[in-house]
Design a protein around this ligand. Structure first.
Ligand SMILES: [Fe+2]
Ligand SMILES: [Fe+2]
Length: 266
């Protein structure tokens, strides 16, 4: 048996700090073998700085997935390009986009394939650009068929609950887990699907709880009430949250035995 923990979007400095504080305990409590985390919001809410990526690894994160904010800081591009560095961007960007959309990680229990995909519509920016995520994951799984591994973790970073449900069932029995994120709100549907794939529509976030998705209300209310163009300000006060999905893996089949949502408030 192998336990994989997937941490939802780590939102800026408060997210980093909550992970640094809670992850060592979670690793022990659930005998976690491999930790994956969504890093698109790591540095000030957008993109990934090298120094923050180093802090995450030191805190116990083994691998980082990507989303619509992965390209905000160019300093991470060399890591995204390097197959030996444990960080990816969504796989369904068009050819020529910097970085790789899937990579293998070597764990004590064997090789794990991690893939990120972006939904067809995320916010207002992506739908014109993106390749079809269902077709792209089919191509990746076919291409990687011959590579022995103990687990395949698919991250789906999307805005539509319908699309996030569809891909879970589309990949049921073919991958270990399909973990939705991007909303920063955990959904109550963590489940082991009928053919053995762990799924959650959205795993939630790590960072400020008394906020809107990690952003301070006083920087958002003028936007939503008065139509002003305001800049996002990261909320650093109040309660903090750490949301994750724990996946128990049967290494022989590469399928999940259970899927458990984790939600810690501090
Ligand atoms: Fe995010
Ligand atoms: Fe996102």
């Amino acid at each position: 048996m192998m336990n994989i923990l997937y941490l939802g979007d780590i939102m800026a400095e408060p997210g980093l700090q909550v992970v640094e504080r809670l992850l060592p305990g979670l690793r022990k409590e659930y005998a976690v073998d491999f930790v994956v985390a969504q890093a698109e919001n790591l540095s000030d809410g957008k993109g990934i700085r090298q120094e923050d990526f180093n802090r995450l690894k030191k805190a116990g994160v083994d691998f980082c997935t990507g989303g619509n904010h992965s390209f905000f800081r160019e300093e991470i591009f060399p890591q995204l390009n390097d197959p030996s560095q444990p960080i990816i961007r969504p796989a369904n960007y068009p050819a020529g986009t910097p970085g790789l959309g899937y990579k293998y990680a070597q764990t004590a229990k064997g090789k794990v394939l991690v893939v990120s995909l972006l939904g067809k519509i995320v916010g207002k920016d992506a739908d014109m650009l993106m390749d079809n995520p269902l077709q792209v994951i089919d191509q990746i799984l076919e291409q990687e068929q011959g590579t022995a591994r103990v687990a395949t973790i698919v991250n789906f970073h999307g805005d539509f609950s319908s699309e996030k449900r569809i891909i879970g069932y589309y990949l049921d029995g073919r991958v270990t887990a399909v973990v939705g994120d991007h909303w920063h709100i955990q959904t109550a549907d963590a489940d082991l699907l009928p053919k053995g794939t762990a799924h959650i529509t959205d795993v939630g976030m790590c960072g400020s709880l008394d906020s809107s998705l990690g952003v301070a209300f006083d920087s958002l209310v003028p936007r939503w009430r008065d139509g002003l163009q305001t800049r996002n300000k990261i909320e650093t006060d109040g309660r903090m949250q750490c949301n994750a999905l724990l996946i128990e893996v049967e290494e022989r089949t590469g399928l999940a035995q259970s899927a458990q949502a984790i939600r810690r408030l501090t």
